[in-house]
Design a protein around this ligand. Structure first.
Ligand code: C5P
Length: 227
């Protein structure tokens, strides 16, 4: 299915501690955001690539993305103080119908195959997210005392892209905003309004670059995918 993608790219990179937007950090001498954007710019099913960015980053973003294929698909939106607000600002530039994907700028190794599966499932069923089975045992704790061990076989580690029919995603955002609800992903907003969310198998390569050691993993994944 054809789709628009919103790539939130307006984070401050606090956990990375680089003192700048982490999306400008490089893997194999190329900024992370270039990898992420390229996958979508090259996809013929992708109509628009909407990038919420902080005003002070726009110049550099244009510089980094300027000579990529199909740059005319790129639209900049204003970044928000929270990821959810960045996505909301991006939504205003998206088509009213069809499918919208939301994908973290900080996940450079997303595959075209997963994107296409998500867009198709969302077109047919309304909402689909990429996720992989959790490998570690996950426990709940309070003040460093374990209160619960959650059965691992039912746990999924959720990634992006997350794909939705456009009106559903808009309604979910509007309801969250009205209620003052802040979620860490789009699907949680859609779940809140009672809509079913389908899981599509993601990839363990599809990591989110968050803290400094992730850059070492990213170099390794890059080499694997390039080789
Ligand atoms: O901080 P984290 O890595 O979880 O952010 C996920 C994505 O959301 C990143 O690509 C980041 O640039 C983006 N973001 C945003 N606006 C914010 C915070 C994060 O666009 N206020």
């Amino acid at each position: 299915a054809d789709y628009d993608v919103i790539i939130p790219a307006a984070g401050s990179g606090k956990r990375m501690g680089a003192g700048m937007n982490k999306l400008f950090l490089e893997v194999n001498k190329r900024p992370l955001i270039a990898y992420t954007a390229e996958v979508f710019l090259k996809d013929p099913h992708c109509r628009k690539v909407i990038l919420p960015v902080q005003p002070h980053d726009i110049e550099n973003m244009k510089h980094v993305l300027g000579n990529m294929p199909n740059v005319e698909k790129i639209f900049f939106a204003e970044g928000g103080s929270e990821r959810q607000y960045s996505v909301r600002n991006g939504l205003e530039l998206a088509e009213k119908g069809g499918v919208i994907l939301v994908h973290d700028g900080a996940r450079p190794f997303i595959s075209a195959k997963i994107i296409s599966e998500l867009a198709n499932v969302a077109a047919e069923k309304g909402a689909a997210i990429a996720a992989v089975p959790v490998k570690d045992t996950i426990k709940r704790a309070k003040n460093h005392i374990v209160t619960e061990t959650i059965e691992r076989s039912s746990l999924w580690q959720v990634q992006t892209p997350q794909a939705f029919r456009a009106p559903l995603l808009k309604q979910a955002h509007e309801t969250a905003e009205r209620d003052g609800f802040l979620g860490t992903d789009e699907a949680s907003l859609v779940e809140r309004i009672g809509h079913i969310v389908h899981i599509v198998m993601g990839s363990y390569d599809n990591i989110k670059i968050t803290t400094p050691e992730d850059l070492y993993f990213a170099e390794a994944i890059f080499k694997k995918l390039a080789g």
